[in-house]
Structure formats: structure tokens, C-alpha cells
Design a protein around this ligand. Structure first.
Ligand code: ADP
Ligand code: ZN
Length: 571
């Protein structure tokens, strides 16, 4: 199935950079270390290079950043302005670009006055290929003045659905972006989002006043994701959560809990059951949040339990499951959050375990919205979510239709509607009934091993992977950057699979561009050599390290669980 629908033809406006296919492919190889484009990317890149506006809807993991970063690189004298909603995201992207040898900067409130001035000055000299800004910054009075002094090539608007009140994540600051067209009538504007219904897409085009934009809409089907939706009572919910997390022996997990209290409870519950987990929510200090995020990013702890505050701008490719413990507020929100699973294209689960009371809670909050129109929109979303969870239609199909796509296929064959509720989930939900108690006793090491056949698997590949992960952790600590900025999981896995023994072999591993190879090549080859000579990772896998089995701990835990169970029965 062709996953991309191109709704407009390319036109022949003369562009700002070298647009022969050779230089585009060369840049792809040189900076990113990739051999080929993902569906849609090349056309979007070419369209931006030819100075045409664009409105791009591409699912999470589809490779949106490359679509504006590559045209930015091709124009060696000018700067692409990227509007991005989150400071953390900007910083990560800039760090990543620097690792690829692409000059980039950002201007946001995290910079001191001196740093900001310096960045501005350099920006005016055309020192950056990309400069990241927040939408608030565009709205500031002084911004147009200095922007006019920067040699701007084009504007890229990330998370563009935030401009629409019909989107699930409307941000009033985004409305200020309508000024861009007046201020820069001759510069192309390219909008990017992962989730936008037809209505939101229209809104994006109107608000940004895009002119005959290239409209690229990828299919909303994420073939590697398995959606499973299940209504549970409070007790069964924790039970299925536990089993779901236990099944994931490799890669990371995100658990979304509806409230800060539930985040805390869920972390405790998992920990008590021998599964290291950490929290992320709005009431934690910025530093603690960042620290937990880093730990999770670096695979020190694999399970992150967060409120929906967690995730925007999270670029971790090996998330094997996203588990929701309550109904989302909209289908788009669910699609976006669940879509953080499986960015690497490998199979991943999206599990929605909801409780009847979630609906009542949503209804209550919607009732509190004073603005009439906003309340109506919230009700509409509420009914859509209700319809989604109760539907017996293929989940993938449902989602595609929700976004206005008319798929030619009828079922995905994987989701709970197509393939039924998986056996393990059925069993987990019933264990608690059979045993007649809220939560199972802590599993013994033996039963953990059976529940998790791969948990103790220890082939040479697993060892090498762990060894290289440790190498990456050390580098990321030394440099003070996230592990994924040093190298994506997918790149690391490729590296372990191919075990290159020379720089030129390493350069052929996807993800090793020129700069990255230069920067880490020798070190990586030396690490591989040490591994060949028998050296191994110092730390065992974190999940195995923290297994607990002493009796007193279990007794204590059992008490706590019983208390927790009775507490969670209170409506
Ligand atoms: P999005 O922003 O759409 O969620 P990203 O831009 O973060 O997606 O890209 C997702 C992943 O896909 C990243 O690891 C990225 O490096 C990788 N990727 C993007 N384009 C390509 C390509 N042409 N070949 C291989 N990997 C790619
Ligand atoms: Zn299906």
C-alpha cells in the first residue's frame, strides 16, 4: 500500500539551494548517514527547496524533522527558523544537529541575556543553518526587528496543530504565527504535525495563510503498532498493567496515569513488584523531571509513569509499549500519545486499560468549562472517545477514518478488534478473580523467568548490546547530553548487528554520518575490539539487577498492597 497521498503537484518555482537530486542525496548520506528517504520526505524536501509552502501531516516516527532540516542544510548562507513549542525539545534538537556537524542554535528563556545577545548576533551573521524559537518569542515586540536582520531561508512550524482550537492541544501563542506572512511575505512556510483532522488541517492552512501549499498527508496507519483497548475494574487494571510491563523484556515502556496521585501509586506498585519505574508529572521540580527523563532516556530505568505532561518532544525510538490507565480526552490525543511507541518501526503495543468511572470524571470536568463553544468541542471529543473504545471495528481503521482517511483495507489483523484480546491479557485479568484477591503475590524468580522467557536470555548479542549501551551511557555523561543524542537505539542495534571493524565499515551503518563517524569512530572500534577480547559491561541489565526476593520485604509489601487495594475501591 502506498502510504503517502500527495494532494498537490510540485511546481517549478526556482529554489534557494542546489536542487539537483545528487546534492540532496549526498547531504542525506553525509550528515545523517542514511541511504534513502522515508516515504514522502524527498518530495517535501524538494518542495521546500523550491520555495513552496507546505502542510505536512506525518505520524510520529515518520521522520518530520529531516524534512525541514535537510533543506536548511542545503542553503549554506541562510537560516531556517524553526518554531517549536518546548524548550527541552529545542535543546535536544540543537544538540543532535551539532553532533551531526550542522550549526544550529535556539533562543528561549533558558538563555541568559548575554547568551541571547551572542546568539542573536551570530544569527544575524548567518552562522546557523537552523535557529529554533518558541511561538511566544515570535509574538514579542522586538522580534520582527531582529528577525529582519537574519538571513532567513524559510520558516518551519513544528507541532502546527497547536494553532487550531479544534486540535487537541491548542496553544494561544501559536495564533501569533499568523503575523509571519505579513512580516515575511516572500518566505516559504512549512507546517508539520503528527495528528490533524481535516478541520485542523484547514485551520493550519488558513491561520498561517499558506499559499498553494504542498499538502502531504501520510497514512495514519502505524502498521507496527498493536492497539488493544480494554475496560477493567480498578483491581484488574493494576493486574493487567503488571503483566503488560513484565512482558516487555527489551526496550522501554510509558505508562500514562490520569492524576499525579495515580502516578505515585503506580510507580510504588511497580517497584513493589520488582519493576523499577520512575515518575514524571507537572508538580515535580524542573530539575527532578529532567533527571528522571534522562534516566529513562539512558535506559537506566525502563518504565516511565507520567501524566500527559510527559512525552511531547520525547524522541525515544525503542518504546515497546505505551499503556494508558484512563480514557484520553480525545482520539487525537490518544493517537499522539500511543504513537510514541515503536518509532523504530519494530512491533510495539498500545494498551488502553480504562475504567467506567473515567467517563464520569471527564463529563464532570467538561461541565466545568465555562466557554460555551469550548465546552461543545470537549463534548464532541468525549463522544468520539466513547465511540472509539466501544467500537468493534479495527482500531487502526477507526483511527484512519477519524483523521479523514479512506483506507482501502478493512482490517489490520493485529488489534483487539481484529485478533481478539491477547491471551496473556485475558489470563491476567482473570488471575485476580481466581485467586480472589486484589493483587498477586510477588512472583518468585522462577515464575518471573517463565513469565518472561527472554528476560534471562543471555546471548552474545545481548551482551554486546549491553556493552555498547554502557559505552554510550558513559559518553553521554561525559558530554552532558542525552544518550539518544549520541546515538539512536536503532543505530546502536545496527552497530551491534554488523560489528564493523574499520572506519569505512562503520560509515556504512545507517545513522553514522560524516561527523558522527569522525567524532566517535575510533572509540567505537576500540570498544568493539575490547568486547572481542572478552571485556563485558560492568552493570547487568537494570531489570535483572533489581530483583528482590527477601521475605520480610514481601510481607511488608503485601500489607501495603492490601491497603492500596482497599483505598482504590473508594469511588
Ligand atoms: P517525527 O518527528 O516525525 O516523529 P523524527 O524526525 O524524530 O520523527 O524521526 C524518527 C526517526 O526516524 C529518527 O530516529 C530519525 O533519525 C529516523 N529517520 C528519519 N528519516 C530517516 C531516513 N530517511 N532513513 C532512516 N531513518 C530515518
Ligand atoms: Zn485491526
Amino acid at each position: 500500500m502506498a502510504s503517502a497521498t500527495l494532494l498537490a503537484k510540485e511546481n517549478g518555482i526556482s529554489g534557494f539551494g542546489p536542487d539537483d537530486s545528487e546534492s540532496i542525496v549526498q547531504a542525506l548520506k553525509r550528515y545523517w548517514g542514511y541511504e534513502s528517504f522515508r516515504p514522502g520526505q524527498e518530495q517535501i524536501v524538494r518542495s521546500i527547496v523550491s520555495s513552496r509552502d507546505a502542510c505536512v501531516v506525518m505520524p510520529t516516527g515518520g521522520g518530520k524533522s529531516l524534512c525541514y532540516q535537510l533543506p536548511a542544510v542545503l542553503d549554506a548562507k541562510r537560516t531556517a527558523m524553526v518554531v517549536s513549542p518546548l524548550i527541552a525539545l529545542m535543546q535536544d534538537q540543537v544538540a543532535q544537529l551539532e553532533q551531526m556537524g550542522i550549526p544550529a542554535g535556539f533562543i528561549n528563556s533558558s538563555l541568559s541575556g548575554g547568551e541571547r545577545n551572542e546568539t542573536l548576533q551570530r544569527a544575524c551573521q548567518g552562522a546557523y543553518r537552523l535557529l529554533y524559537l518558541s511561538p511566544e518569542r515570535i509574538a514579542l515586540n522586538g522580534t520582527p526587528d531582529w528577525l529582519k536582520r537574519v538571513p532567513v531561508s524559510f520558516f518551519a512550524i513544528d507541532e502546527a496543530h497547536c494553532i487550531s482550537e479544534w486540535g487537541h492541544d491548542f496553544r494561544p501563542e501559536y495564533r501569533q504565527l499568523s503575523r509571519l506572512r505579513d512580516l515575511f511575505p516572500n518566505h516559504p512556510i512549512a507546517a508539520f504535525t503528527a495528528s490533524a483532522t481535516r478541520r485542523v488541517r484547514q485551520d493550519i492552512v488558513e491561520q498561517l495563510r499558506l499559499r498553494d501549499p504542498l499538502k502531504h498527508i501520510s497514512s495514519f496507519r502505524r502498521a507496527n503498532l498493536r492497539y488493544v483497548v480494554r475496560q477493567c475494574n480498578a483491581k484488574a487494571q493494576m493486574q493487567v498493567l503488571l503483566q503488560a510491563v513484565r512482558r516487555i523484556t527489551d526496550g522501554s515502556v510509558i505508562v500514562y496515569a490520569p492524576t499525579i496521585t495515580r502516578v505515585g501509586e503506580t510507580v510504588d506498585f511497580l517497584e513493589e513488584n520488582g519493576i523499577p519505574a520512575i515518575a514524571y508529572h507537572g508538580q515535580m521540580g524542573a530539575l527532578a523531571r529532567r533527571e528522571n527523563q534522562e534516566k529513562w532516556m539512558a535506559d537506566e530505568v525502563r518504565v516511565m509513569v507520567g501524566t500527559i505532561a510527559f512525552g511531547l518532544g520525547i524522541h525515544k525510538s525503542s518504546v515497546r509499549a505505551v499503556i494508558h490507565l484512563a480514557l484520553p480526552k480525545s482520539v487525537e490525543q490518544y493517537y499522539q500519545e500511543a504513537g510514541r511507541a515503536g518509532r523504530d518501526g519494530l512491533p510495539a503495543d498500545c494498551l488502553l486499560f480504562w475504567q467506567k468511572k473515567d467517563a464520569g470524571l471527564h463529563a464532570y470536568f467538561i461541565g466545568q468549562i465555562s466557554d460555551h463553544e469550548e465546552r461543545e468541542r470537549a463534548w464532541q471529543r468525549y463522544h468520539e472517545v466513547e465511540d472509539f473504545v466501544n467500537s468493534e471495528e479495527c482500531r487502526q481503521l477507526y483511527i484512519c477514518r477519524h483523521f479523514g482517511e479512506l483506507p482501502k483495507w478493512a482490517e489490520c489483523g493485529e488489534c483487539d478488534a481484529c485478533a481478539g484480546v491477547p491471551d496473556w491479557l485475558e489470563e491476567a485479568a482473570h488471575t485476580q478473580k481466581r485467586e480472589g484477591r486484589a493483587f498477586p503475590a510477588v512472583l518468585t524468580e522462577e515464575s518471573q523467568a517463565t513469565a518472561n522467557p527472554r528476560a534471562l536470555a543471555n546471548g552474545p548479542d545481548a551482551e554486546l548490546r549491553e556493552y555498547m549501551r554502557e559505552w554510550r551511557r558513559n559518553i553521554s555523561r561525559q558530554k552532558g547530553i542525552s544518550a539518544f543524542i549520541v546515538m539512536y537505539d536503532t543505530t546502536l542495534d545496527q552497530l551491534c548487528a554488523t560489528r564493523p571493524s574499520s572506519v569505512s565499515e562503520l560509515r556504512r551503518v545507517p545513522g553514522f554520518g560524516e561527523k558522527k563517524t569522525q567524532m566517535y569512530g575510533e572509540q567505537i572500534l576500540a570498544a568493539l575490539e575490547r568486547f572481542r577480547n572478552g571485556e563485558r559491561a560492568l552493570l547487568a541489565m537494570p531489570a535483572l539487577r533489581r530483583k528482590r526476593s527477601d521475605f520480610s520485604k514481601r510481607a511488608r509489601l503485601w500489607k501495603k498492597l492490601q491497603k492500596f487495594a482497599s483505598a482504590s475501591l473508594v469511588p
